[in-house]
Design a protein around this ligand. Structure first.
Ligand SMILES: [Zn+2]
Length: 215
């Protein structure tokens, strides 16, 4: 059996659930989308934001890339995939919330930390994750490099804050935040425990949104 057969069977189940069991939603989706939330997540296969949040088609507009990073606003002729998605979500769909969703054990952040030792990962990955170089420096200053796991965790969480700061450099995002029609959120999913944390600007720390899984 082809590796892809699993996905084709999965699609058949999805098709039945949407078109047979939820005709109203299918008809609504056929007319267009109006999600109110943008999620910026990692490409990592374990952190699909729609699966994690129990979302239905049409609920969230999603950007996924290595290490869930947002580059700063740049006005030049380069191809800006993340910025284009942000523009579409904020200026056209008029989302009300943007969630930057990070996670533990992030390979992209691991690459960012390796770069501190002069090891650039790949042709594109190292350059891309360098967006969060300041997060790496903050994490190193806070916890040092002795405990690798702690350093990764702090760096992953700091990188979310870098992305939130970079979001505020986009003039149309800043304008909507000031007007009170858009809110930014930093979430961190800890894969080992099933815990979900959210950044609190008030306490300047991550707080528990959903506690660790216990049976
Ligand atoms: Zn990741």
């Amino acid at each position: 059996m082809s590796d892809l057969q699993h996905f084709i069977d999965g699609f058949r189940t999805f098709q039945q659930q949407l078109y047979r069991d939820n005709e109203r939603l299918a008809a609504k989706l056929a007319k267009g989308q109006s999600p109110k939330t943008l999620v910026i997540a990692c490409s990592d296969s374990r952190v699909d934001p729609a699966l994690l949040t129990g979302s239905s088609p049409g609920d969230i507009f999603t950007v996924r890339n290595v290490a869930n990073l947002v580059p700063p606003y740049e006005s030049d002729n380069a191809y800006h995939g993340v910025s284009a998605a942000l523009e579409y979500a904020v200026c056209y769909l008029k989302v009300r919330d943007i969630i930057v969703l990070g996670h533990s054990g992030c390979g992209g952040i691991s690459g960012l930390l390796s770069a501190a030792d002069g090891e650039m990962v790949g042709e594109f990955v190292g350059r891309w994750v360098d967006i969060a170089a300041a997060a790496r420096e903050r994490a190193l200053a806070r916890v040092g490099s002795d405990d690798e796991r702690e350093l990764s965790c702090v760096c992953e969480q700091e990188a979310i804050l870098t992305s939130l700061n970079n979001l505020r450099t986009f003039p149309w995002i800043k304008k909507r935040i000031v007007a009170g029609s858009l809110q930014l959120h930093g979430w961190y999913f800890e894969i080992e425990t099933g815990q979900l944390l959210g950044y609190s600007a008030e306490t300047e720390s991550y707080e528990v949104l959903v506690e660790e899984y216990s049976s």
